[in-house]
Every structure is written in structure tokens, then in C-alpha cells.
Design a protein around this ligand. Structure first.
Ligand code: PMT
Length: 401
């Protein structure tokens, strides 16, 4: 996804510098060439050798000795970079950039850059709240610098509050968002459902399934990266909302049904990757059901089949379902694609390694409304999402939706 992109990663001095190691490794796994510039204080926290080993590139730490390290002479990192990322960024570095001070390798190189600069600050809460730091951040934002907000939590200094470096996954997500050249879904609204539903039995128990939401969140993230307005209707999950996505939380199938049908009129593409419970307890006890010596039988009632209902209302919209099967994958998916009036169904088999619930990968058969089948071998859920959206975009071009 970042094949042949040059990312210059600036690492400033702070305990969160170790998280930049994970970021380096994730960038490399996506095919990026990573060039690390460390400030002098960063080297007090993590050694340059660590970044050198992870990036497979020489690490620049000193402005004046830098040329000795560069393999590609005469090309400065500023010109080479497709994007700059500063993570962690200290109050000091933010202050320098906001005020035009270029007195070390990192600030000098960023100052010479014409490519996007993504800044992920990490510092003590009180420092972050300091009006001077806030003014500097606002000034940089106004100039087009892109910030990945720090998170709240227990800080290294023992204080609790905002200031933790954003998760490397969130920083990576922002980089991908910035660098993704495909904006073919601009002007479209994509409605995505993700995660499980929970069907209450009493105030403490519910019926659910193993969906984590990873597949649907990947679809939402990629659709947003490709320029769409993305509305995500999510069952309960632990996942963070992808960059630029509008999220609506629901719990039960009935809540999902109501939310999705309310959002349908404003949607151009609907992708239903949620694992919706087909049944819910017929009665929800107001109090915790007490155990007794007898067997307990729970009567279940049918939930609405949301996708089937959407199929009746879809009009010219593109409607995509998922099918989770444990046997007869293609046969069952072919029935669903017809019965539910879908443009595509993405079929995954729980018995295939690397597919289905909870994994970061999937293995799918992408089946179109005419029964055409495309087999997609094991790939990350993000890559699978990109392929699904490619097929949707192609169909929209053909049918002028
Ligand atoms: O969330 P992850 O951990 O990443 O796992 C991903 C996934 C396995 C959940 C995902 O890839 C997937 O297969 N989602 C669909 C699971 C499912 O409910 O399959 P199904 O064959 O039972 O349903 C077919 C389609 O009808 C689905 O699009 C489903 O959203 C929809 N449906 C089902 C029942 C129902 N009452 N209403 C629906 O809309």
C-alpha cells in the first residue's frame, strides 16, 4: 500500500520514542522506505541502531555529519520524502517549526520540505495545555500541518490526562489517508455496518457472536481514504473509529435495522459486513434471571433480515453483503446474493485459516449479482476492503451510478 513511498520519520526526545520503532516496522511492512532522523535527545531514549535495524537505512542524528551517511548523494531527505512524520513530536520541536527555527537536522529538513508533514505530539498534559504550545499547534494547523491528536491516559510522568502519543496504528492510518492517491469515491456516501449485535436476555446477559468489527472497520477506513463520506453503523467493538469516519453505535439487530434504514436515503453504497444475530430472546427479563435446579429454555424470535429489507428498498444504490459460512460457501452465498438483491456478496469461510472472525486477514470469494466469482487469496482486511471497493467503483463507472 505504501510501495516505494519514502517516509521521513522524525523522532524527538521523549519516552514515546520507543513507539516510533513499531511505526517504522509497520511502515516497512506496507512497502515504504523509511528514513529516520533522530534529534539528539531522542537518542537518549532509543539508540539509532534500533531504527537502523528496523528501517534498513542509515539513521541521521547530526546535521553536520549527515552527508557521510547518505547513500544517495545530492538528494536531500526533504526532496526525497513523499511525507514527513514526526512521532513523537515534543513541545520544543513544535515550537521550532511554528516559529521558523531550523537549528538541527530534523527542523532543518522539515523546513525545506514541500510534502505533507504529519505531527504526532506526545508530552505532559500541562505542557500540552500550555497556551503557548496550543498557539504553536494552531499556527501549524493553519499552515496545513496535519496533527494526529495525542491520547488520554496514564502518562509516563505519572499524571493522568491527554498527552500520550497516538497509537502507531492511528498514525499509520493518517499517513495512508494522506498518501492515498485514489479519491475515486469522492462525492459518494458509503454506509458500512460492522461488528456483532448483542441481543439482551436480561440486564446482565446477551446473545452475540465472535465478530470483532475488524472487517467492517477496514472497509470504512479504506472508503474514507478513497474520498467517500463514510457512515459506520457499529455493533459493540473495542476498535477505534477510523480517520474521517462518522460512527453510530448500536447494540441489537433491531437498533441496527432502525439506524441503517434511517441512513439509507443519504447513502450511495451500502456494505453490510456486520454479523447480525438472526434471533433474539422473545422476552427480555427486567431482572437478572436467577438460576434454579431446572433446565432453562429460552424462546427466540426472528430478528429482521436487514440486508433482505435493504434489497427491497435499494433502488439504484450499490448493495453489498457478506456471507459467513462453515460449509457450502459458494452455494450458500449464491442463494443470498439473489434472494437479497445484492450487487456483490463477499463470502468468507470460518474453516479457512486466516479468514473470518477476529483475524487481521481474510480469504474471500467475491461474488457478483450475476453469479461471477472472484477468488481472493489471503490478504489483510484492509487490502480486501480495497479490492471490494475497486469492484464497486468499476460497477459504478459501468452503470453511471
Ligand atoms: O468482524 P470480524 O471479526 O473482522 O469478522 C468479519 C466477519 C466474519 C464478521 C465478516 O467478514 C462477515 O462475514 N460478516 C457477515 C457475517 C454474517 O452475518 O453472515 P450471514 O451469512 O449470517 O449474513 C449474510 C448477510 O446478511 C450479512 O451481510 C449480514 O450483515 C446480513 N444480515 C444477516 C442477518 C440479519 N438478521 N440481518 C442482516 O442484515
Amino acid at each position: 500500500m505504501l510501495q516505494d513511498k519514502n517516509i521521513v520519520l522524525g523522532v524527538c526526545g521523549g519516552i514515546a520514542a520507543y513507539k516510533a520503532c513499531e511505526l517504522t516496522s509497520r511502515l516497512r511492512k506496507l512497502g515504504a522506505r523509511v528514513h529516520v532522523i533522530m534529534t539528539k535527545s531522542a537518542t537518549e531514549f532509543v539508540t539509532p541502531l534500533t531504527f537502523q535495524s528496523l528501517s534498513l537505512n542509515q539513521v541521521v542524528t547530526d546535521q553536520f555529519s549527515a552527508p557521510r551517511y547518505w547513500e544517495i548523494e545530492h538528494i536531500s531527505l526533504a526532496k526525497l520524502a513523499d511525507a514527513f512524520v514526526i512521532a513523537p513530536a515534543t513541545a520544543n520541536m513544535i515550537g521550532k517549526l511554528a516559529n521558523g527555527i531550523a537549528d538541527d537536522m530534523l527542523s532543518t529538513t522539515v523546513m525545506a520540505a514541500k510534502t505533507p508533514v504529519i505531527i504526532a505530539p506526545a508530552m505532559n498534559t500541562n505542557m500540552l495545555d500550555n497556551p503557548v504550545v496550543q498557539r504553536n499547534i494552531d499556527a501549524l494547523k493553519a499552515l496545513g500541518y496535519i496533527f494526529v491528536e495525542p491520547e488520554e491516559g496514564l502518562l509516563a510522568c505519572g499524571d493522568v490526562g491527554k498527552g500520550k502519543l497516538a497509537d502507531p496504528a492511528a498514525i499509520l492510518e493518517r499517513i495512508l489517508h494522506v498518501l492515498n492517491p485514489k479519491k475515486d469515491l469522492a462525492g459518494k456516501t458509503v454506509l458500512v455496518t460492522a461488528g456483532p449485535t448483542q441481543e439482551a436476555l436480561d440486564p446482565v446477559r446477551f446473545i452475540t457472536n465472535h465478530s470483532t468489527g475488524k472487517m467492517g472497520y477496514a472497509v470504512a477506513a479504506i472508503a474514507a481514504r478513497r474520498g467517500a463520506r463514510v457512515v459506520l453503523v457499529s455493533g459493540p467493538t473495542c476498535l477505534k473509529t477510523p480517520e474521517g469516519v462518522e460512527r453510530h453505535n448500536v447494540r441489537s439487530a433491531l437498533e441496527m435495522f432502525e439506524k441503517v434504514t434511517a441512513l439509507l436515503p443519504e447513502s450511495d453504497i451500502i456494505i453490510k459486513s456486520a454479523a447480525v444475530a438472526d434471533y433474539a430472546p422473545a422476552e427480555v427479563s427486567g431482572q437478572k434471571i436467577k438460576k434454579s435446579d431446572d433446565e432453562l429454555n429460552i424462546a427466540l424470535k426472528r430478528n429482521p433480515d436487514i440486508l433482505y429489507e435493504l434489497g427491497k428498498m435499494k433502488g439504484s444504490r450499490i448493495l453489498v453483503g457478506f456471507a459467513m459460512e462453515t460449509e457450502n460457501l459458494v452455494e450458500n452465498a449464491l442463494v443470498k446474493v439473489k434472494k437479497k438483491n445484492l450487487d456483490f456478496i463477499v463470502a468468507n469461510d470460518l474453516n479457512v485459516e486466516g479468514a473470518g472472525f477476529g483475524t487481521d486477514t481474510n480469504v474471500v470469494k467475491l461474488i457478483d449479482g450475476d453469479g461471477g466469482i472472484e477468488s481472493i487469496s489471503i490478504k489483510s482486511k484492509l487490502e480486501i476492503a480495497d479490492i471490494i471497493l475497486d469492484r464497486i467503483a468499476d460497477k459504478m463507472k459501468r452503470t453511471c451510478v
